[in-house]
Write a protein that binds this ligand. Structure first.
Ligand code: BES
Ligand code: ZN
Ligand code: ZN
Length: 484
């Protein structure tokens, strides 16, 4: 859906639009709803009585005549609301609007009396944008829907900001949704370069020679099995006034993960185009950061590769030397993400960032532990962990902190090298995090987004359709903003 969102200082009943949305709280019309109702001689309250709203969140009804369509949207009980519900209402409204006959829809600024016009407008607009997303570039006959929303008594600058943030989420979703034959590492680098040119970011891209020359032996081992060359991507945002120090972001960028010689069965291989969702989140966040211009330098890194089988692919039993000199015994070629990340983390650490946040679709184990809507958060730095948890909470993305149990480190001890790339099956997500920590030498947070990054069906994505969710973009933007 092509969506526009604007604001007006007028109330819902004062704004001439063929479609109007009013809130229902505890089964009763909101104040905006009552204004509109009195203008319509009580038609709305009569209709509402007939529909017997139970008052549950998300319940809705449409009252339609030849002139108007009025949507009743229930926000649940009268009290105890959160901004997250306003955002969720926006998501549902965007989808609901597809069923309306009118293009122009004026919406009450939900719960603005409780949260203020600004916060309420932001949450509603963000929900509308996120919910309106669709990926149909490969459809011959896409549904060409257009909806123009106007938030009554809304706050314009908040809507502008929600639009900017959503554009970063859209970019991340688009990158994840692109099929792997299109979005190769080379193409991912091209898209990062296009973003850099458009947004005014610095960009550096390395190919196979430079990757080997630098000594990124773990990353190169994963990459070398594919005919699609790897690309190491660095994006840099510099604030107008030179700042001391910087923040670093790292995203896992496997444009496709077959598992390599530890081959995945077909059922697990489908959706593995999404194994670059960490990279997508980082690139999407950089787009937003370039637009919001916080007073802090941010450097983003992606070691993009494809995990394939061939005569030059790496094997089980191989021993690799990472960028920081540590040696790794490969026991499973499907634990490739941590190998590419080992070098990216060591490289990012070298520039001494104040903090290093990394996102990856790293383990099925994390999906087993936390399900499809919650990311695992791992850090040996408690205060940094809290910063990220808070940013995620404010952004409306669900994360849950997991332990970095030191006793499990011995599970990664190797007979022939410094570490091995897999330990035991139990607590796999924790071992993966402990492995990564061996290569990060700055204050470090790892977010395992294997669950929430990709939705197999729309039910798994509370903020949009099936496919890439753009998970992480909003958390990263919040965190960087707070740090500034
Ligand atoms: N990309 C996968 C992890 C994954 C699984 C992401 C499900 C999204 C959904 C990763 O490279 C992988 O294959 N991990 C292995 C690790 C194991 C071999 C130790 C896994 O989780 O099975
Ligand atoms: Zn894998
Ligand atoms: Zn993977």
């Amino acid at each position: 859906m092509v969506i526009r969102v604007k604001t007006t200082r007028r109330k819902v009943f004062e704004h001439e639009a063929p479609a109007r949305v009013v809130a229902v709280l505890g089964g009763q019309l909101s104040e905006e709803g009552r204004w509109l109702d009195s203008q319509m001689d009580g038609a709305l309250s009569k209709f509402l009585k007939k529909t017997r709203f139970s008052g549950e969140f998300g319940e809705h009804a449409i009252y339609a005549t030849d002139e108007v369509e009025v949507v009743f949207f229930s926000l649940g009980k009268r009290r105890g609301h959160t901004l997250e519900q306003v955002r969720a209402a926006g998501v549902r409204l965007a989808r609901l609007a597809a069923r309306l006959n009118s293009r122009d829809v004026v919406v009450e600024n939900f719960l603005a009396d409780r949260f203020g016009k600004k916060e309420a407008s932001y949450a509603l607009a963000e929900g509308l944008f996120l919910g309106a997303y669709s990926f149909d570039k490969y459809k011959s006959n896409p549904a060409r829907l257009r909806r123009n929303f106007v938030i009554a008594q809304g706050f314009g600058p908040a809507v502008d900001k929600a639009r900017l943030v959503s554009e970063g989420v859209y970019l991340a979703r688009d990158l994840v949704n692109e099929p792997p034959n299109v979005l190769t590492p080379v193409e991912l680098a091209r898209r990062a370069e296009a973003l850099a040119a458009e947004a005014g970011l610095e960009v550096n891209v390395f190919g196979p020679e430079k990757i080997q020359e630098l000594g990124m032996g773990a990353y190169w081992a994963v990459a070398k099995g594919s005919d699609n060359e790897p690309r190491f991507i660095e994006l840099v945002y510099k604030p107008e006034e030179a700042a001391a120090g910087h923040l670093a972001l790292v995203g896992k960028g496997l444009t496709f993960d077959t598992g390599g010689y530890s081959l995945k069965p077909t059922a697990s291989m489908t959706t593995m185009k999404g194994d670059m969702a960490g990279a997508a989140a980082v690139i999407g966040a950089m787009k937003v950061i370039a637009a919001l211009k916080p007073p802090v330098e941010v450097r983003a890194y992606v070691a993009a590769a494809e995990n394939m089988i061939s005569g030059h692919a790496y094997r089980v039993d191989d021993v690799l030397t990472a960028y920081n000199g540590k040696t790794i015994e490969v026991l499973n070629t499907d634990a490739e993400g941590r190998l590419t990340l080992a070098d990216a983390l060591a490289y990012a650490s070298e520039k001494k960032p104040a903090a290093l946040v990394e996102l990856s679709t790293l383990t099925g184990s994390c999906v087993v532990a936390l399900g499809r809507q919650i990311a695992g958060l791992f850090s040996e730095d408690e205060s940094l962990a809290r910063e990220l948890a808070r940013a995620a909470e404010e952004a409306g993305e669900k994360v849950w902190q997991m332990p970095m149990e030191p006793a499990y480190k011995r599970l990664l001890k190797s007979e022939v090298a410094d570490v091995k790339n897999v330990g035991s099956r139990e607590g796999g997500a924790i071992q993966a995090a402990l492995f990564l920590a061996e290569f990060a030498s700055a204050p470090f947070v790892h977010l395992d987004i294997a669950g929430p990054a990709f939705a197999g069906n729309a039910e798994d994505n509370p903020n949009g359709p099936a496919g890439g969710t753009g998970f992480g973009v909003r958390t990263l933007v919040r965190w960087v903003e707070r740090h500034a």
